[in-house]
Design a protein around this ligand. Structure first.
Ligand code: HT7
Ligand code: ZN
Length: 872
């Protein structure tokens, strides 16, 4: 497959001012007729270049005409899925008739069937699976869409924009016409047809326009959309207040579908959601999922400005819309709940998953320089690291100038397809802050390591921090340049009091230092004793920080730092230090033993009732298996598991009575509410329960089973079930069966059950997962189910990392099976195998052998790119 390079970008030779589409929908075949009002692009220069339209192997051309002249076969050709027309006028109407079979579309790109409905997914290059088109984001067109279908089966027929006409054909089919006045690229096109129920609402904008809001689902799910509707209204208000962005069309629709490759899609005026990211009810949905629904509803809504009104020039610029929009949804969630809790959750995810990506064979810059298949670049780097870049700009500019920069960006580029450089230029022009060096964050892959040393001069009361930065080599980028890194720093005295100091003549408790050289010194004056530094507050940059903190320093920061994020960070570091000792003991085959300092820190937390329970819960959660794997080289999965279990047991035994008390204190009486305060209590109560159970207490065991049986909400019931599954194999089967029997009519709950069942730690884990794939609740066509079972299996050390390699072999078989059927899903399943170079030697060779076995198959572009890069 060919490689596409950013450096080869050229403006399109043709433009499409208007796109008129007609869909004649039918279960067997769908006929799509397009009328494209085209002209040569003056920006391309004088040219006689042929017209080359993108298509797909699943699109059958019935006929093509230019200005109503039907082209004979010798005047066009199809080559490698492209429709090529050699001779064209400067301006013309191209009509194409194509035939597609949505019911056979298992890739879930283009037009496909989910349950009994028709729906679309066109980002990034799905539109070409519907009809021939200039399927690139810098070709923006005004769309009019006519849908023809049998009203009895498809009473709801939707597309972008406003419904402008409705009628009947001579054969009695219904015809609905939609018109979207905002020019858009094809990736934002959407169509839905089905027998759907609707929930209606209205939002009044700041300029007093009433917007009709509609959420559509299959009828059995319509009682689960209230939370999403409220989240949508909160998002609309927040975008007006925080960014001055008002919604533009008169109607905003969301549709839930069960079969969807990702979370949701921001199609203009017609968002399409994976039902797992939209539906919520107290009985079936956990707190985490409530928060995810709110965040994704907000994310897709925010794209209306950061993505739709201003879009990407080419797919290398994907982070222009995704990084900015993730930053916007993160800040929104922080505003709706707790700033610090949200930051800890986001950073924890980034450090676990994005750092691993940035250190692996698929590492790429936030603005990649090349790709084989763009779907492979909807990554944590583009999304999460991209959001960190925007956050750093916010830190460097301050809130007010950042807002001025965003206003300028939207004003300057409304209706355009632009680049990450354009975004930074707007920020720079509005603020006067020089971002020239900062832009390297977009082009340089890898996680920088910032190493800090310090010294204190008692005679002058001066404290000096020396910072060095170093970014490791990544594929295709052997050497790196220094980045502009904002490092937020505060100081504490040895008693834990936050102290102010002077940096460059400014006295404050908190300073943003600009690290922009390979090595740099920063001076703090006006001190009386050597302080403890609180470094990288709020995780002010996506870097790995190295500073030689003693356990005493970390306990001091944990108990006293005024930066809540760094209190969590200190606890994590302390836990990582202790776990690292234990992991090494386990690797050496020694008996595990440690005099844990964490016990003292946790004891103080559990007895401090002034703290936010959600923060305490986060601090009590030991670093995950995945995060410890990211830090390790090589990775010994079983040793990590053993060390975590041991430390958890030690903490549980030492603090048993504290955990029991906290568990009881944070029980909530009354009705379930997905509100921040209640979520916080539940999270602390449930983690306390997990420790209490770990202590072996008989009473804890009884409470656990009682919680499972009597909980009035899914958060508590599922927390109890997870604790049982993670601690006691004997009970696990009984309660897992009971849970399935209780919830088998709720597919989204069943998916959680599939995941938990597949993640079990037992000798027979591989047989369990094979059994789950034969279970009536499983369906290989449904990405959520595949993700649940195989994602869950990836967490099972005894299953996936079986020493004989059979876990890897099984995953490889599934990748091969899905490779042609759904390349996007198959490609994502490859991720755990791509980490082979970091695994302990016995496992590493077995993973590599599976990668080689996959590579020998006839692969989709998606899977080929990931596997071949992993082996390079
Ligand atoms: N912008 C959307 C991306 C997306 C997508 C990409 C590839 C394949 C399928 C997809 N479904 C949605 C989602 C978002 O970031 O908002
Ligand atoms: Zn997005």
């Amino acid at each position: 497959p060919s490689v596409i390079y950013l450096k080869d970008y050229k403006v399109p030779p043709f433009l499409i001012d208007k796109t008129e589409l007609t869909f004649d929908l039918d279960e067997a075949t769908t006929i799509v007729t397009s009328r494209l009002h085209m002209r040569r692009n003056p920006a391309f220069g004088k040219s006689t270049a042929p017209l080359v339209l993108d298509g797909g192997e699943d699109v059958k051309l019935i006929g093509v005409a230019m200005d109503d002249y039907a082209l004979p076969p010798e005047e066009y050709r199809i080559s490698e899925d492209k429709l090529i027309i050699t001779a064209t006028a400067d301006e013309f109407i191209l009509t194409c008739e194509t035939l597609i079979e949505p019911q056979n579309n298992t890739r879930l790109e283009g037009l496909y069937r989910s349950s009994s409905m028709f729906c679309t997914q066109c980002e990034a290059e799905g539109f070409r699976h519907i009809t021939y088109y200039l399927d690139r984001p810098d070709v923006m067109s005004v769309f009019t869409t006519t849908i023809i279908a049998d009203e009895a089966r498809y009473p709801v027929m939707l597309s972008n924009g406003n419904e402008v006409e409705r009628g009947k054909t001579d054969e009695g089919k219904t015809v609905v016409v939609w018109h979207d006045p905002f020019p858009k690229p094809a990736y934002l096109f959407a169509l839905v047809a089905g027998d759907l129920a609707v929930k209606n609402d209205v939002f009044t904008t700041q300029s007093k326009r009433d917007i009709k809001l509609q959420i559509f689902t299959e009828s059995h799910n319509i009682d689960k959309v209230d939370y999403a509707m409220e989240a949508l209204k909160r998002s609309m208000r927040w975008d007006e207040e925080t960014y001055g962005r008002e919604y533009d069309l008169d109607i905003f629709m969301i549709v839930a579908v069960d079969d969807f490759n990702m979370g949701a899609m921001e199609n203009k005026g017609l968002n399409i959601f994976n039902s797992s990211c939209l539906l919520a009810s107290p009985e079936t949905t956990t707190d985490d999922t409530y928060l995810r629904v709110e965040a994704i509803v907000a994310h897709e809504y925010f794209h209306n400005w950061s993505g739709n009104r201003v879009t990407c020039r080419d797919w290398f610029q994907l982070s222009l819309k995704e990084g900015f929009t993730v930053f916007r949804d993160q800040t929104f969630s922080a505003d709706m709940h707790s700033d610090t809790v949200k930051r800890v959750e986001d950073v924890s995810f980034l450090k676990t998953a994005q750092f691993a990506e940035d250190a692996g064979p698929m590492a790429h810059p936030v603005r990649p320089a090349s790709f084989i298949e763009i779907s492979n670049f909807y990554t944590l780097t583009v999304y999460e690291k991209g959001a960190e870049i925007v956050r750093m700009i916010h830190t460097l500019l301050g809130a007010e100038k950042f807002r001025a920069g965003s206003d300028l960006y939207f004003d300057r580029h409304d209706g355009q397809a632009v680049t990450c450089d354009d975004f930074v230029a707007a920020m720079q022009d509005a603020s006067g802050v020089d971002l020239t060096q900062f832009k390297r964050w977009y082009s340089q892959a890898g996680t920088p390591i910032v190493t800090v040393t310090d010294r204190f001069d008692e005679a002058t009361g001066t404290y000096r921090l020396t910072m060095k930065q170093d970014t490791p080599a990544t594929p295709g980028q052997p050497t790196k340049l220094p980045l502009h890194i904002p490092v937020r720093v505060g100081l504490l005295d040895q008693q834990g009091t936050v102290i102010s100091a002077e940096v460059n003549g400014v006295r404050a408790e908190d300073h943003v230092l600009h690290l922009n050289a390979s090595e740099q010194e920063f001076e703090f004056s006006g001190l009386t004793s050597k302080p403890v530094p609180s470094l990288l507050r709020g995780f002010s940059a996506p870097v790995k920080l190295r500073y030689d903190y003693s356990s005493k320093d970390l306990l001091l920061l944990l108990s006293s730092d005024s930066d809540g994020f760094n209190r969590w960070s200190a606890a994590q570091q302390l836990a990582v230090n202790e776990l690292t000792t234990l992991i090494n003991q386990a690797i050496e085959g020694q008996t595990l033993s440690i005099d844990s300092q964490l016990v003292h820190g946790f004891k103080a937390l559990l007895n401090d009732e002034t703290l936010d329970p959600a923060m305490v819960a986060l601090i009590l959660a030991l670093p995950s298996q995945a995060y410890l794997s990211e830090l390790a080289n090589p990775i010994y999965p079983a040793a990590i598991k053993q060390a975590r279990q041991y430390l958890k047991g030690q903490l549980a035994n030492a603090l048993e009575t504290d955990f029991e008390r906290v568990y009881r204190q944070h029980k909530i009486q009354g009705e379930y509410q997905p509100a921040a305060e209640d979520i916080a209590h539940r999270s602390l109560k449930n983690i306390a329960l997990s420790y209490w159970v770990e202590s072996g207490s008989e009473l804890a065991q009884q409470e656990l089973v009682a919680q499972f049986k009597t909980a009035n909400n899914m958060t508590d019931q599922f927390a109890a079930l997870s604790i049982v599954v993670n601690t006691q194999q004997k009970q696990a089967d009984v309660l897992l069966n009971a849970f399935y029997e209780q919830w088998k009519a709720e597919p989204l709950v069943v998916n959680k059950w599939l995941m938990l069942s597949a993640s079990q730690e037992q000798e027979t884990a591989l047989e369990t997962v094979k059994g789950l794939m034969e279970h009536p609740a499983f369906d290989l066509k449904n990405p959520n189910k595949v993700r649940s079972v195989l994602g869950g299996f990836g967490q099972s050390i005894s299953g996936f990392h079986k020493m004989d390699g059979s876990g890897y072999h099984f995953l490889a078989d599934q990748i091969i099976l899905l490779n042609k059927r759904n390349p996007q899903i198959a490609s994502r399943l490859c991720t755990p195998l791509t980490r082979w170079k970091k695994m302990q030697p016995e496992l590493s060779i077995k993973m590599k052998a599976e990668l080689e076995r996959i590579l020998a198959e006839d692969l989709s572009k998606d899977v080929y790119e990931v596997i071949s890069k992993s082996l390079a």
